[in-house]
Design a protein around this ligand. Structure first.
Ligand code: AMP
Ligand code: MG
Length: 331
């Protein structure tokens, strides 16, 4: 079985092709990079509509197959930015209708989890999902990926990118903040906001912006990371103690951060769990994760009607995970 997957939730238009052995046959992606400020949904969607067809063609060429060889078309149905989601959905619907292929609408957050499980050969982890827009602590329980804790305002990556923008670091600011933080020497107290098992970052953002008026920017970067990552570790630890999972899986772009990984590893090992970090290539938004999750869903009998609307606010815990019992292939 071969599935082609289209990712188009935010800045990336990605097309991946996978087979049911978990083999990656193609991975093509382009990214919208705003010259300044954050993502402008319409500009990103514009790029996707202008260049998306070329990316699909490049993926088919890379896999050395024709569209006829594909068994199903998967696409990210949500959550994400409306104009971007719509552009990817139109491409997917067109391919499905024209070539008479089944269509599978995939939850983007779940795709991050499933690709992490595939490449890390992990079965049942506590997932710590830290991307630009999303910050969630997730575990499979009673047939759904339940959210044990999440941000109540902005995502962790967004916190870093917004602060970075204020101090002149262009998007994505995370990697440069990580470098800057290594030169920090003094810890500056900043607001630590954990509410039950949820997080809030906007107070921390405001305080960190103000702190740059009085303090060395490296010290602020260091303190910002320490506070934000400790908040995540606290809620993740509570979920881990509750679920007693044996593995912790870090997914999303912020997972690349070495300091974060160290904090999470200490936390996980304290509960006899191992830490797994999704390699950057798969942690960033991509079409492979959509294709792979679409394949799992399609194999479990799930298809999506051509008329299904996109779902910009689609939640991780709204999907029945009927495919959970698959054997992780030795890809
Ligand atoms: P995603 O939304 O999953 O594509 O991830 C993008 C986010 O990851 C952006 O907010 C980046 O700033 C952030 N990011 C990437 N690399 C790092 C890093 N080394 N440390 C912290 N954040 C990072
Ligand atoms: Mg993502």
């Amino acid at each position: 079985m071969i599935v082609l997957g289209i990712e188009s939730t935010a800045h990336t238009f990605g097309v991946g092709i996978v087979d049911d052995n978990g083999r990656i046959l193609a991975d093509q992606r382009i990214q919208h990079r705003p010259k300044e400020g954050g993502i402008r949904p319409r500009d990103s969607a514009q790029m996707m509509s202008e260049r998306g067809a070329d990316v699909i063609k490049a993926a088919l060429d890379e896999a050395k197959i024709s569209i006829q060889d594909v068994n199903a078309i998967a696409y990210a149905i949500g959550p994400g930015l409306g104009p971007c989601l719509r552009t990817g959905a139109i491409a997917a619907r067109f391919l499905a209708a024209k070539y008479n292929k089944p269509l599978v609408g995939v939850n983007h957050c779940i795709a991050h989890i499933e690709i992490g499980k595939l490449v890390g050969k992990i079965r049942d982890p506590l997932v710590v999902y830290l991307s630009g827009a999303n910050t969630q602590i997730i575990a499979l329980a009673n047939g759904r990926y339940r959210i044990f804790g999440e941000t109540l305002d902005i995502g962790l990556g967004n916190l870093l990118d917004s602060w970075g923008r204020k101090v002149g670091i262009p998007f994505p600011a995370g990697p440069k903040i990580e470098e800057l933080a290594k030169q920090g020497k003094k810890f500056i107290p900043l607001p630590y906001t954990v509410k039950g098992s949820d997080l809030a970052f906007s107070g921390l953002y405001t305080a960190a912006v103000r702190a740059t008026e009085k303090h060395d920017i490296a010290d602020v970067a260091y303190s910002l990371q320490e506070v934000a990552f400790s908040m995540v570790a606290e809620v993740a630890e509570r979920a881990l103690a509750h679920t007693e999972k044996g593995e912790v899986l870090l997914v999303g772009g912020v997972a690349a951060n070495k300091r974060l990984q160290k904090i999470m590893r200490i936390m996980a090992e304290g509960h006899n769990a191992s830490l797994h970090v999704v390699p950057m290539k798969y942690a960033a938004d991509n079409g492979i994760m959509i294709a792979w999750t679409g394949l799992l869903m399609y194999r479990a009998g799930i298809t999506t009607p051509l008329s299904a609307p996109i779902n910009p606010k689609f939640r991780t815990d709204q999907v029945d995970v009927v495919w959970a019992d698959y054997e992780t292939p030795d890809a």
